[in-house]
Each structure stands twice: as C-alpha cells, then as structure tokens.
Design a protein around this ligand. Structure first.
Ligand SMILES: Cc1ncc(C[n+]2csc(CCOP(=O)(O)OP(=O)(O)O)c2C)c(N)n1
Ligand SMILES: [Mg+2]
Length: 401
C-alpha cells in the first residue's frame, strides 16, 4: 500500500498520473508531513546544537563567526525575556492584552537580522522579535498593548511598519510597497531594496494573502513572504487549513517556496538572506515557510489547554530555538558560563526597564485620537476635535457647579 506523500502531477506527466488520486494513506502521510516538518526542512543547526553543512545556504552565513552567533543568542534571550515580562504585566493588569512570541524567537531574529537598512518589513501582531531586530524600542510596542497608542515608532526610520491585526491585510500593503520599489527602479543589483512580509499559517487561508501572492508574482515584486507556521491559528491546526505543506503553495503562483526550520536562527538568517538577495536582484517574490511552534497561548485571552495536548508542547520544548544555540556555543567552547550569566543579567535589566516604563507610561490626552490621521490639517477633523474638546469641558464645568 503506498504511504508516501502524494504530490500533484508535473506538467508533461501522462493522463494516468493526472487522473491519479491520493489514497487515504497518502492523504494521512501528507498531513503528517505538514505537521512534522518533513525531509524538506532546511536546517543548519539541529535541536541538539550540531552544525549541519548546507551546500546551498552555508555561503549566506559565512560571516557568522562565534561572536556573531553569541550576538544572535543574546538577541533571542533578550526578546524572550521581554516577552515573558510583558506576559506577566498583562496578568497584573498593566497591559490590556499581550501576544506572546514564545518559541518563535529564531524565526523572527534570524529573518529580522537578514534585513538591510533600506529594506521594509510588514509585520502582523506577534513580530516583537523583528521589531527588536529593526531597532524599534520595545517600549514603543507596549503602548499598543496598554491601549495608549496605535504604534509608537517611526516606521520609515526603522523600516518596520505598524502592527496589523486584520489577518493577512498587511500582505496586500507589502505587495503594493514592493511593487513600488520595483517601479522606482530600486531593484536589480546588490544595492537593491527588498520587502519582507510576516504572516501566520492561518493567514494563508485569507483572500488578501492570495491576492498579494498573485500581484507580487505577476509584477516580479521584490517581496519575501515570510510565513511563520507556528502550527496553530488560535485553535485551528495547520493541517486543517491546507492539504499540502504551505511552502508548496508558492509553485501555483509561479515563484519559489522553501521550508526552513523556524527554530534554527542560523537557517532562518541564511534562507532569509538568500530570499532577500533574490528579491534585490529582481528575482522575487519568494515564499519562506518557517516551521516553528507557538509555545504559549495565542494571546493572553486564550487557553490552549482547551484544544491541544500538553505533550505536543513537551515535544517542541526539545526543539527550543535558544537551547540549540546555547548547546552549540558551549560544546564548541565559543562561550563560557560567565557569558551566559551576563546575557541573563542583561535580559533581566532589559525587562526591568520595560516594566518601569510601562508602570509610568503617560496616558495620552483624549484629543490625541485626532492626530496623525492626515499629514496636514483637515477642516472636518479639526471641527470634530473642537466639538469633542468642548464636550469634555462640559463635564468639568458640570462637576464644578
Ligand atoms: C480578517 C480577520 N479575521 C479573523 C481575525 C481573528 N483572528 C485573530 S488571530 C487569528 C488567527 C491567526 O492565525 P495565524 O495566521 O496562524 O497567526 P498566529 O496568530 O498563529 O501568529 C484570527 C482568526 C482577525 N484578526 N482578522
Ligand atoms: Mg499560526
């Protein structure tokens, strides 16, 4: 009985192949391939911290010496520590909600560090690690989650757009932006620009993502679609959203797709650099599926024990993105205990700073909602602001009498 994963017929295959249907066993094998990563996973560092040579991708991380790898380790530890602190602050009522990234540090730091200053990133709502890699002050993220701000950073200066909560919508924005880079002649050589767009496995079921794929493909836009397949779209597992591994969808749109171990920061860096390089030279778009795992809840409003087994998390803990780098550094003698202790101390100080800032975060004045809507003034909006302010004044004078 055939149990290998069924693949679609190739152009030129005979009628028998075209007419063939997958057997139930092949369908199940295909689903397992979706949830287990499969042989097609690009990996440079195993979960045990062993370096795997890659003829195709090693050259993209040639410059990553022990010092650079220690830097990536530090990035991930700081980002995780900040994430845990924010999660705790939500539990204490200091944030309205938090969206944990726990487990996705390598996918975000690896791809974020692959970007060049003139590149542009379009995040969804979980990309705190990319924000950090783009030099966004993590304090500026917290205003969104304390509900005092929409996004507090200069997206042009950082090459990092505001968060997008509407699933998949940022893919259209990114496609348009990347088409603009193409129209303005900003692609074609090593100095070319590229765009990266982050979205989840669940987002791939959205029409916006499909449209973004089509537009980017037909215009050869310099766009890296970076799908973090964290196995879950809230309570919906990936295998219920796709009949084939997500990266294979790229083929139907006419651009390359690749599955990378999303818990391997070195592989994420290498594959992202490759994909961005393709885009800067005019060979985009490219789809990267970073195969990873959301180790915490979807948000602090979610309880994953309602829909997934705890042994699944235990299995993924063995593939932890930070531990494998730590194992590699320690085993190779590239870092000693003093280094790991100092990173931990830096992370604790980083988190304490975020905490202190959050507790003392100023409330924005109520009329702030009218600012930054238009680049310059708008008479209708100005009138609304005046009306709102006099309405608020009415409360003050009513209380005074
Ligand atoms: C258009 C739209 N539909 C539904 C939602 C509600 N929603 C928020 S997150 C989410 C799941 C997204 O899953 P995925 O794309 O895998 O991203 P992840 O949260 O796992 O990072 C849904 C359905 C939304 N925000 N926007
Ligand atoms: Mg998901």
């Amino acid at each position: 009985m055939p149990s290998e994963q069924w693949t679609h017929p190739e152009p030129g295959d005979g009628p028998a192949a075209v007419a063939a249907q997958p057997s139930p066993e092949q369908v199940i094998a295909g689903l397992r391939a979706t949830s287990e990563g499969g042989a097609e996973l690009t990996q440079l560092l195993t979960p045990e911290g062993e370096r795997v040579p890659s003829p195709q991708f090693d050259k993209y991380v040639e410059d990553v010496d022990a010092e650079a790898l220690r830097g990536l380790y530090r990035d991930m530890v700081l980002v995780r520590r900040a994430d845990r602190e924010a999660n705790a602050m939500q539990r204490q009522g200091q944030l309205g909600i938090w969206v944990p990234l726990l487990g996705q540090e390598a996918a975000q730091v690896g791809s974020g560090r692959a970007l060049k200053p003139n590149d542009m990133a379009f995040p969804s709502y979980r990309e705190h690690g990319v924000a950090y890699a783009r030099g966004v002050d993590m304090k500026d993220l917290l205003g969104i989650f304390r509900c005092t701000d929409h996004s507090g950073w200069d997206y042009k200066a950082h090459g990092f757009h505001p968060y997008c909560i509407v699933i998949g919508n940022q893919v259209l924005n990114a496609a348009g932006y990347a088409m603009g880079q193409k129209f303005e002649g900003k692609v074609g050589d090593d100095d070319g620009e590229a765009t990266i767009c982050y979205f989840g496995d669940g987002a791939t079921s959205q029409g916006d993502v499909h449209e973004g794929f089509v537009w980017a493909a037909v215009y050869d836009a310099p766009l890296v679609f970076f799908c973090q397949n964290n196995q879950w779209a809230i309570s919906e597992p990936t295998e219920r959203q796709s009949r084939l591994p997500l990266y294979q969808r790229a083929r139907g749109y006419g651009f390359p797709g690749i599955r990378v171990d999303g818990n391997d920061v070195l592989a994420c860096l290498a594959v992202s650099r490759w994909a961005l390089d393709e885009c800067r030279h005019g060979n985009g778009p490219v789809l990267i599926e970073a195969f990873t795992y959301r180790m915490d809840a979807h948000t602090t409003t979610d309880d994953p024990s309602r829909y997934r087994l705890s042994d699944e998390l235990e299995e993924w803990k063995l593939k932890d993105p930070i531990e494998r780098v730590r194992a590699f550094l320690a085993r190779g003698g590239y870092a000693d205990q003093a280094f790991f202790d100092s990173v931990q101390a830096d992370a604790d100080a980083f988190a304490a700073d975020l905490r202190e800032y959050t507790f003392n975060m100023p409330e924005p004045p109520p009329e702030r909602i009218f600012s930054n809507v238009y680049a310059e003034g708008n008479p209708v909006l100005d009138a609304q602001r005046e009306e709102f302010l006099s309405y608020l004044d009415g409360f003050v004078s009513a209380g005074e009498h």
